[in-house]
Each structure stands twice: as C-alpha cells, then as structure tokens.
Design a protein around this ligand. Structure first.
Ligand code: ZN
Length: 109
C-alpha cells in the first residue's frame, strides 16, 4: 500500500477487511475520489454474529465525506452481501455509513 492509500485508510478508520484501493486527487476540480474495497471472502451477518461467504456485491455506490480543505471528498465502493440462513440476503455493515460513524452518511447514489 502506498503512502496516499495508507493515509486515507487511517483517516477513514477503515478496518475489518475494508481497504482503500486508490485515491484520485484532482486539484483542478478540487475533488478527492477514494475507491474502497472489501477484501475478505467472508463476512458476518449484521443481525447475528455468524460468518458467511460473500454471496455477491451490490452495484458501486458513492458517499460524500466531510470535505477537508474545501476539497469535495467522495468515497466509492460496492457493498458485499451475505446469504444468512436466518435473515436471508443482507448487505454487510458499511463502516462509514454506520449510525455513530464520524463520517457523513450522505449517499450520493
Ligand atoms: Zn443473519
């Protein structure tokens, strides 16, 4: 992982298999685009702590982060789903979209 990716990984507080894949900075457009990916092949049900294999990934979505230094900061990622024997097909928890996340929960798409 290069310095920029690691820097954003730490800024976003990503953990549990979520990792920054790339960071694209456009000084001209004053915009930072961060690509995030879930790297594990399994995840736990958000309602019940049982581990399942990743069933599939939702389409890529975008979230607006708080903008540091007047740069529009967007986070892009697909959301993995699991097929829980009790709850059916569910999105796994998206760390930056959680209730008490210090990050914005504003979904752009
Ligand atoms: Zn479940």
């Amino acid at each position: 992982m290069e310095y920029t990716e690691e820097h954003y990984q730490r800024l976003l507080g990503l953990k549990d298999s979520w990792a920054v894949q790339s960071v694209n900075l456009s000084v001209e457009n004053r915009k930072v685009s961060i690509e995030v990916q879930y790297e594990s092949v399994e995840a736990s049900c958000s309602k019940y702590a049982k581990i399942y294999k990743i069933y599939d990934h939702q389409e890529k979505r975008s979230w607006r982060h708080l903008d540091p230094l007047q740069f529009v900061t967007e986070l892009h990622s697909t959301t993995p789903r699991i097929n829980c024997t009790q709850h059916g097909i569910l999105n796994i928890k998206v760390l930056w979209a959680e209730k008490h996340s210090p990050l914005t929960r504003m979904a752009l798409t």
